[in-house]
Design a protein around this ligand. Sequence first.
Ligand SMILES: Cc1ncc(COP(=O)(O)O)c(C=O)c1O
Length: 371
Amino acid sequence: MDNLLKGIEEVLLMGPGPSCVHPDVYKALSRDTLGHLDPYFIKIMDEIQVLLQEVMNTKNQLTLPISGTGSAGMESCFVNLIEPKDRVLILINGVFGKRMQEVSTRLGANVDTIEFDWGTPIGPEVVKEKLENNTYEVIATVHAETSTGVLNPIAEISKLLKGRDSLFLVDVVTSLGGIEVSLDGWNIDASYSGSQKCLSCPPGLAPVSFSDNAFSKIMNRETKVPNWYLDMSLIGQYWQQDRKRVYHHTAPVNMLYALYQSLVLFKEEGPSNVFKRHVECHLKLKEGLKGLGLEMFVEEPYRLPMLNAVTIPDGVDEAEVRKRLRMEHKIEIGGGLGPLAGKIWRIGLMGHTARIENVERLLKALDAILN
Ligand SMILES: Cc1ncc(COP(=O)(O)O)c(C=O)c1O
């Protein structure tokens, strides 16, 4: 029997995620598996929590990686914080805001939404107006909307929530490790990310963080969290420092080594250098695309450095271009989702992908295909 793993090629991952994995992270994955309650492994867990608090800029005790992808992080935030009939407001301008609506509706919440055009940011003025006559238990939105390449004004939205009782829930899947994320600075109560974007790690873990207010809501629920696997009051007992750890589920030990290594790399390079590297790559890509006659889809002030949405020119078969990039040049980029399918390409510059030589390689390949 042919082992299929032999046929895996190295592909330059320049789509919306997963992104390229750092070689040191691959090495970390292949270290010996320890028991999930092994004292040495527990040391690594403790350190992961500290490093996550640093990258998320929070003092939240309940900060840890959920075993699962970003969507498990999303589910864990909603399933723990929402009880049936709770009023939830979701600010939507892309696929992942829509997913929040779907998740919270399934939990029986009383869901209200404000929708903005895809490709434009959330407008704080509209949110302000909505809040004048309504109260919500939870207000949720996405920091970096990967489906459109838009950066949402989380700091401004946060100011509107001052003095209100609502919990603020923010998706930082694509932003974490690529641009500044400040949970405490923006008074965010619950947040989740994913390992496979700007953290240069494979998919499989979802860092989450809950404020004291969020934790108190979880501990004072009238109903049990309806999902055992994602119940933070139980998972928290396995991750709690200074106390006896209680088995909940078998932690994905090697993935946690990988996350640990990626967080060490982030710290060693330094947040400001990492963010600068992402911006420099974005600017280089933008200039290069302009030279090829291609236009960015999102207005300049709201563009994400790590997710570049590019308008597909008339007459170009976008799927064919992506196919040729993959087959002839071993580069992956993404297409549009939902209403943007066929209208944009999504070029990711996330984590270890965000290097100038990768941008140059993509621009050369696009030039060869388009011209
Ligand atoms: C902003 C955002 N939120 C949530 C998700 C869901 O994450 P996953 O696909 O890892 O479950 C993604 C994935 O692309 C995302 O970009």
